[in-house]
Write a protein of this length. Structure first.
Lengths: 451, 451
């Protein structure tokens, strides 16, 4: 009987835990779920005789080592910065490890030790990063196998509310970690467009959007997602003219969100004065010059060039940012004040459903013809517990973990799921579980110089 | 016979070293000057029998400890990040230490140990920080001693070219560390204006300038300098309505510099692709969207809303940023590429003179009258070796060091020069050396609500 250790029992772990509970008897496994809150871990393992839930403190080195030593495989769904602590214990005790997070430099540097101790540390096995890598790599390898030459690769993902539930002026709600939404994009974007390297700083990111069309859902907007250039190595695509990764939002979101970016309201680098007694209106006003002859709304309109009766201004007003409501919490950064305001308005209501949208575009040469494949995945959550986010993050992690546990993946060292041995079986099972891509191919003119 | 150890022999150390050479016999001291370049240290100590110059490597812990142990007093003119290494050696060997840099948290945390070992670590003894603290604190204490209540404090400093030498469209040249000029302002600004806390992010800093008038020199513009709010503690001014520190530039500089900020060309957080073969024109183009139907100049004009025939565009053109000249150095960040371009144009030519301008404004209540004191210091360099920067940074450091060496300052622990025991004698001697403030007092209407 083998033991799976799952660390972190937040929203993203719902479907992951459920996957193993459903298969516990068949797989002959015990499932140990640790979370900083015992109640959270316990709630997700109720009525499961093979499960045990416990309070877990990642900074308790003794507990971490004890738990890892007892397990046959470790899944870390903790915040990314905590993975190195788990990884060190996994290397020490020779246990395989899976995460849904970007492999940071600290993790990457553990490759040699992981190999030496005969374990795999498999990162980026969620949705983005995760399913994006797997599905992109499958298509890239298929195109290569036919002898075609890839020219351009663009890939975008968004966590959104499902159609019918986008019932606020932003057509947006928090379907994952609100803090990450507020801080998204702060590293700017770097990519390759028609042979030219392009760099966008954070304060221009939300005003440099592209439009994509998603079959059955219509138009969305996309802003650049961090450093796309590193994926030339990851995907072994060194001769592309275009390489772009982006984040998907509904039309109009970015221009309104950009107001907060322009003001400096998403800054997380310093603590504001007396946020306990500050009102929403004072918060917004603090980013604009002193001036008492006109109201704050008009100041904002003049400062950022936003008409007073525009939809952007309507979105701000709906959030209540011009109201005299107190923030009521001390010691916050601007980003945390903004998060506090947004959480009152953007939280999923009971009955709301979320949606994940992912679209890849692959351009390649078939003889003299330039062809483009659109490969699109949309997945709608069942309810506010079994969300699309929980499914698309948790299930690929779960499947990868099961394959490793069963010895069907035999890699050693630090890896991403860009290897056929990993992505082929995972994508196949995801498809059986309802997470699938739809493809469309078109022939496009050779000269697509977008202007 | 006592020994003074001076670490770092760059431009800012010129006058400091000269000060001690001139007084070496009278003070009965030996002067040891260490620099990463032996030649630099040697050039500045030529023909001085009391001096010795040597190659100094701050990361050589043995050398650092040996040199500190041999000295009676240590002056660190090294880059600020290196001060903690020097400070640790000073604590270990019980040697007093003086710097011209901001006291970072690492230095501040050494207060207890410094006291325990009976030494003073005196920071921020240059011009800004340095003379600004001393002169402001003297006036604030004078106003307080008369029983008046301070209402507002604004203080700005700029390192500029002297009148007659501002012979380029920017009216600016590098008179100190070019890298610091390129990175200036990246922390944004936080201050207090008429009772309201104000926060400006970096990307808005250069478009939120104020104008000041300097007697005899005319108008200058000022942008906010980091966190002015911390000076409420430093200066013990807790009931002010306005507290602002700024950086002075000639009119028109900030709006043109802002173009680089908006583009993202001052970013120092990532390395660009192939900067060796990149041209200036490609550098600028890389921050704008792909588009081949119009020239780069026109793209920039449209992107940032800058008329093609404006003075801003003229400033850019004069820098050569639209030319096909290669950068020629590999592995650079945007900030370093920009610095490379600017250094060709903004370097001081032989015969050029620099200038330091500092202006404080103190508002206080004298009964029912609101009064404002303008206190202004302008200092022009003698030549490109004896610059105003070298004088105003080096001389207050030198004087403070001499006073400590002679036992006339007897503080222990980590300090700034905001104590009368320090600033009174230093300001007095600076005045004898030609660095002095001119004051003007006006009565202003009670309600100055600037709009």
């Amino acid at each position: 009987m083998k033991t799976i250790l799952i660390l972190g029992a937040g929203l993203s772990s719902n479907m992951l835990i459920h996957y193993f509970i459903e298969r516990a008897a068949k797989l002959n496994i015990k499932i140990r779920v640790g979370d900083k809150s015992h109640a959270t871990a316990a709630a997700k393992t109720e009525n499961c005789p093979q499960c045990s839930a416990f309070e877990f403190d990642i900074y308790n080195d003794i507990q971490c080592n004890k738990e890892v030593a007892k397990a046959d495989l470790v899944i870390s769904m903790l915040p990314a910065r905590m993975h190195p602590l788990v990884a060190r214990a996994c290397i020490k005790h020779g246990r395989n490890m899976i995460t849904a997070s970007y492999a940071g430099s600290e993790i990457k540097e553990m490759d040699f030790e992981a190999r030496k101790n005969g374990i795999v540390i498999m990162n980026e096995c969620g949705v983005d990063p995760g399913i994006d890598h797997m599905s992109a790599m499958q298509m890239i390898n298929n195109i290569g196998a036919k002898g075609y030459e890839m020219i351009a690769f663009e890939s975008s993902t968004g966590g959104l509310v499902a159609p019918g539930f986008e019932n606020n002026p932003w057509q947006y709600k928090f379907t994952w970690n609100p803090r990450n939404v507020v801080l998204a994009g702060q590293d700017g974007a770097r990519f390759l467009h028609n042979g030219k390297f392009k760099y966008i700083p954070y304060h221009k990111l939300f005003n440099r959007t592209e439009t994509i069309h998603v079959p059955g859902l219509g138009e969305f907007e996309v802003y650049g997602n961090r450093d796309s250039l590193t994926y030339r190595d990851t995907y072994k695509l060194h001769h592309l003219e275009t390489m772009f990764r982006g984040t998907i939002r509904r039309p109009g979101f970015c221009e309104a969100w950009n107001i907060f970016v322009q003001l400096g309201a998403t800054d997380d680098s310093y603590v504001m004065e007396d946020t306990e007694n500050m009102t929403c209106r004072e918060f917004i006003n603090s980013f604009m010059a002193y001036r008492v002859d006109i109201p704050v709304e008009e100041k904002l309109s003049l400062y950022l060039g936003i008409p007073l009766n525009s939809s952007m201004m309507g979105r701000l007003q709906w959030l209540g940012i011009f109201e005299d409501t107190k923030i009521g919490k001390p010691g916050l950064t601007p980003a945390k004040v903004l998060q506090t305001i947004l959480e009152k308005k953007w939280s999923l209501e009971s009955g709301d459903k979320d949606m994940i949208v992912m679209q890849h575009q692959f351009d390649y040469m078939d003889g003299e013809l330039r062809k483009k494949i659109y490969s699109t995945m949309t997945h709608i959550g069942k309810d506010s517990y079994n969300t699309a986010m929980a499914a698309t993050v948790g299930l690929p992690v779960a499947i990868t973990a099961r394959l490793i546990l069963e010895g069907k993946i035999n890699l050693k060292g630090v890896h991403l799921p860009v290897i056929p041995e990993v992505y082929e079986p995972v994508l196949k099972e995801l498809e059986q579980l309802g997470i699938r891509f739809v493809e469309e191919e078109v022939v496009i003119p050779r000269d697509i110089s977008s202007v």
